[in-house]
Ligand binder design. Structure first.
Ligand code: NAG
Length: 396
């Protein structure tokens, strides 16, 4: 997954955003003409190329999303508010229960626990609800032409064409996020080529359709083949003693569990630290906020998405799907001086005042930023798009 969450998928009818419909662009057309020769030289057939590019085109909305990723970086608390709220956990437990047998088989084959694969599914596509509906050929060719990360997206485009040529999916069904992450488990084309499996046994690897069988098995295969240790934990929430040396936090410092215990690191849930080999202490939200001891399997989750906050969210959600409780530690105010309750209140009040924030989950994204800008503009305030305690107060 690139740049945060996959966009909501709409299963029927045309994509609403007109910026996600192909638009005439002579530069793009010339780029595609030259690209075709490179693809032919790499063994893509003329038939595959014409089927792939039929109806494909330049999508300005994709470039816009790539350029204007939100100013707000997604914190651990944001990830948890989105993926592991009580409501999301309840949804996740239902999805997990419904696929328990399949996930058990996947665990048997690849050694990755059922609840971990289910957590990846939840984080990547909300258990299949948001698989992405942007045509992958259009998205990857637009970004390859655009050039900001042209080399990367040309590789993805070439991989997507090989996937089409192999017959796993038709061009029309090959959809994903604006950045080419596809299906239930948001595989980019090169990850698909390297790790996707046909677990259902119909001769195709289908991660796009309603049935999540191949996608979940592919996620299990990806983590399993990336070095997941059978029986190992990802990590756990811990408490740190007063005066813990923050210089010891971070994946750069690895110590045996006994050494961490001697330094006063304790499981937040009580008892003794479990021993899953050398580990690192992470303090993703600074001193006083939830802290974690992470093991080797944590690094395997990072292969999926190289963000510590992402991997902690997956790990924690996997615990919750298996019946565990919420984090014990509390997050302090953010860099604007606002707690998550403040941020939810800000969103509720902006929305009530006619500035839609797209919900009140306490996560500040593009819509909240736009709502703040619009409110500031309309009220003669400096237009920063940034929240503040003063803004919250003003909104009453
Ligand atoms: C992620 C890929 C990962 C790749 C990374 C950087 C998946 C599930 N994850 O989207 O393999 O290393 O981008 O390109 O495809």
């Amino acid at each position: 997954m690139t740049g945060g969450l996959p966009s909501p998928s709409r299963r029927s009818g045309p994509t609403v955003d007109p910026m996600l419909r192909p638009q005439p662009n002579a530069g793009y057309d010339a780029w595609v003409t030259a690209f075709r020769d490179r693809a032919l030289a790499q063994g893509i057939s003329p038939g595959t190329l014409s089927a792939a590019f039929r109806g494909a085109g330049y999508l300005p909305g994709v470039v816009e999303r790539d350029r204007k990723q939100t100013e707000f970086t997604r914190t651990l608390q944001d990830y948890l508010a989105i993926m592991a709220s009580d409501e999301q956990v309840a949804t996740g437990r239902r999805a997990f229960a419904a696929r328990r047998a399949l996930l058990g088989e996947i665990e048997g084959r690849f050694g990755v626990p059922a609840n971990v694969v289910a957590a990846i599914w939840g984080v990547e596509s909300r258990y299949g609800e948001r698989r992405g509906d942007i045509p992958v050929i259009s998205a990857c060719s637009t970004l390859a032409y655009d050039g900001r990360r042209g080399g990367f997206f040309e590789k993805q485009l070439m991989a997507a064409l090989r996937i089409l040529q192999r017959g796993d999916v038709s061009a029309a069904r090959m959809t994903g996020s604006w950045a080419g992450a596809m299906g239930h488990t948001q595989f980019i084309p090169t990850t698909f080529e390297a790790y996707a499996v046909d677990f259902g046994g119909d001769g195709r690897r289908d991660i796009w359709g309603e049935d999540p069988t191949d996608a979940l098995a592919s996620a299990g295969a990806y983590l399993g083949r990336s070095g997941w240790r059978r029986g190992g934990l990802w990590g756990l929430e811990v408490t740190l003693p007063a005066g813990f040396n923050a210089g010891l936090a971070g994946r750069g410092v690895k110590k045996a569990v006994a050494d961490w215990a001697a330094l006063g690191v304790r499981p937040a849930g009580g008892g003794k630290l479990p021993d899953h080999g050398a580990g690192s202490v992470l303090m993703p939200a600074g001193p006083g906020a939830p802290a974690f001891l992470v093991f080797r399997n944590f690094s395997v989750i990072l292969r999926y998405n190289n963000s510590e906050n992402y991997a902690i969210a997956v790990g924690h959600l996997s615990d919750r799907l298996a019946g565990g409780g919420p984090l014990q530690g509390r997050f302090g105010p953010d860099r604007y001086g606002l707690t998550i309750e403040d941020r939810k209140r800000l969103q509720t009040r902006l929305t009530a005042a006619g500035y839609d924030t797209g919900g009140a989950d306490g996560v500040l994204g593009k819509k909240t930023e736009a709502a703040i800008r619009a409110y500031q503009q309309a009220n003669g305030l400096p237009v920063t798009g940034e929240p503040s305690p003063a803004l919250l107060k003003r909104l009453g």
